[in-house]
Design a protein around this ligand. Structure first.
Ligand code: SDX
Length: 434
């Protein structure tokens, strides 16, 4: 378990009993009450569906301050990294804990670049899907199948195999996502190229064809690389928690990442970037915004303002700020500054941020609010938005998985419950039932 300090205790009084529970402090953020002995001493569980007040682990990778709108990767502010770093350097930082020297960065980039190809037989997995399959379905299947191809990196007890699995996952995800896209549009797979950087390689595999030379626009490369940095890790979000829980049983890393992809797909999580763009398209024009604001506030309407709100951020999502700036730059440089969706998004943000419902519930734009506008302007269909989130988040999933596996105190995750079902009763033969 990462370094924690135990100096105080919390006293829990249950009827005539008192239980002393240690209070643990980390480096930043709220202290925690260590309840690991609570059930043994009280015969009671805590109850926290959705984990709104529960720390599932200790971690040294990412820190979020929801009230301040702060996001740190290994202590470095996301704003500085987005401006001055690049995705593979951020991958190194998240995996190994510090910014690399020039030599270590070059070695890391060399290793990633030379693991971007897939085993040639894996192509047959893509071809088993219908052409109109959602690329996230293909990614879940293909990534899960990696455990059937890369047996020499599935033994989680071997640190070297864990390292190889991490490199393979980060390196191959762009190829898998790009091939899922190519398959969905009936175009041939484009192989990765070792002369291209990570983001350029991904864009090349998505948009090149065998028929002509395709030069990746450096503006798009920079925008894609920044989007990847912004999505790389985010503490114990739903998909990362899924990867940790799957990994806690000793499942191989490819199966754990496949589980994370499945969880990310949901519209309340990584699927929100696709849902946000579809919402903006449905709104269509600024005049219709009040109608949708009213629906978002209506308790009887399941509609929510996609790209708004966050479990942790009760201030601006710092990633949304960077994404908004990037949207302006990319659309400007692509000559689509007056993109109607961007105009609707900006007016929707302005109106929502003045509306008491959103202000009182501290609902701000999140990372998904602007990302889809950039991705659409870059030429991606909405179905590719969440796969791009998955490509970016793979390093976070893997870094958190490695941290958990290396923790000597790690145990299988096995929550309990508050049982509200039928009391004990005996079986009744069918002829004697009512
Ligand atoms: C991501 O966890 C992470 O870190 C995730 C992520 C990451 O990097 O991994 O940041 C990526 O998933 C970003 C979030 C993307 N999802 C969306 O944009 C979907 C729309 N947002 C909501 O579904 C919602 O805000 C959540 C799921 C993001 C957060 O939900 P919570 O924390 O469970 O909050 P809640 O549902 O309890 O909402 C609190 C109140 C409720 O009203 P009351 O019941 O108190 O009256 O706010 C309301 C909600 O109805 N509310 C919204 C709203 N989000 C919350 N009302 C309208 N529109 C919204 N978007």
């Amino acid at each position: 378990m990462a370094d924690t300090i135990h100096s105080r205790t919390a006293t829990l009084r249950i009827e005539d009993r008192e239980i002393e529970l240690p209070i643990l402090s980390g480096t930043l953020g709220p202290d925690v009450i260590d309840i690991r002995k609570l059930y043994a001493e009280s015969g009671m569980f805590t109850f926290d569906p959705g984990f709104t007040s529960t720390a599932s682990c200790s971690s040294a990778i990412t820190y979020i301050d929801g009230d301040e709108g702060e996001l740190l990767y290994r202590g470095y502010p996301i704003e500085q990294l987005a401006e001055r770093s690049h995705f593979l350097e951020v991958c190194y930082l998240l995996l190994y804990g510090d910014l690399p020297s020039a030599e270590k960065l070059a070695d890391f980039e060399f290793r990633i670049t030379r693991h971007t190809m897939l085993h040639e037989q894996m192509q047959y997995f893509f071809r088993g899907f219908r052409r109109d399959a959602h690329p996230m379905a293909t990614m879940v299947g293909v990534v899960g199948a990696m455990s059937a191809f890369y047996h020499d990196s599935t033994d989680i007890t071997d640190p070297w195999q864990r390292e190889v699995a991490a490199i393979r996952m980060i390196a191959k995800m762009p190829t898998i996502a790009a091939w899922a896209y190519k398959y969905s549009i009936g175009q041939p797979f484009i192989y990765p190229r070792n002369d291209l950087d990570y983001a350029s390689n991904f864009l090349h595999m998505c948009f090149a064809t065998p028929c002509e030379t395709h030069n990746v626009d450096p503006i798009l490369t920079r925008a894609m690389d920044r989007i990847m940095m912004l999505h790389a890790d985010h503490e114990q979000n739903a998909s990362t928690s899924t990867v940790r829980l799957a990994g806690s049983s000793g499942a191989n890393p490819f199966a754990c990442i496949a589980a994370g992809i499945a969880c990310l797909w949901g519209p309340a999580h990584g699927g929100a970037n696709q849902a946000t763009l579809e919402m903006l398209r449905e709104i269509g024009r600024i005049e219709r915004i009040p109608e949708f604001i009213a629906r978002a506030k209506d308790k009887n309407d399941p509609f929510r303002l996609m790209g708004f709100g966050h479990r942790v951020y009760k201030n601006f999502d710092p990633r949304a700020k960077v994404m908004k700036q990037s949207a302006d730059e990319v659309l400007d440089l692509l000559g689509v500054r007056d993109n109607p969706l961007l105009q609707v998004a900006k007016e929707l943000e302005r109106i929502a941020l003045e509306d008491d419902y959103f202000v009182s519930k501290k609902l701000y734009p999140n990372v998904d609010f602007y990302s889809g506008i950039i991705l659409e302007a870059m030429g991606f269909p909405t179905a590719m938005f969440t796969p791009i989130f998955a490509v970016s988040r793979t390093v976070g999933w893997i870094a958190q998985w490695k941290e958990m596996i290396a923790d000597p105190t790690q145990k299988i995750g096995r929550p309990r419950q508050l049982y509200v079902g039928a009391g004990r009763r005996d079986h009744v033969e069918v002829e004697n039932r009512g």
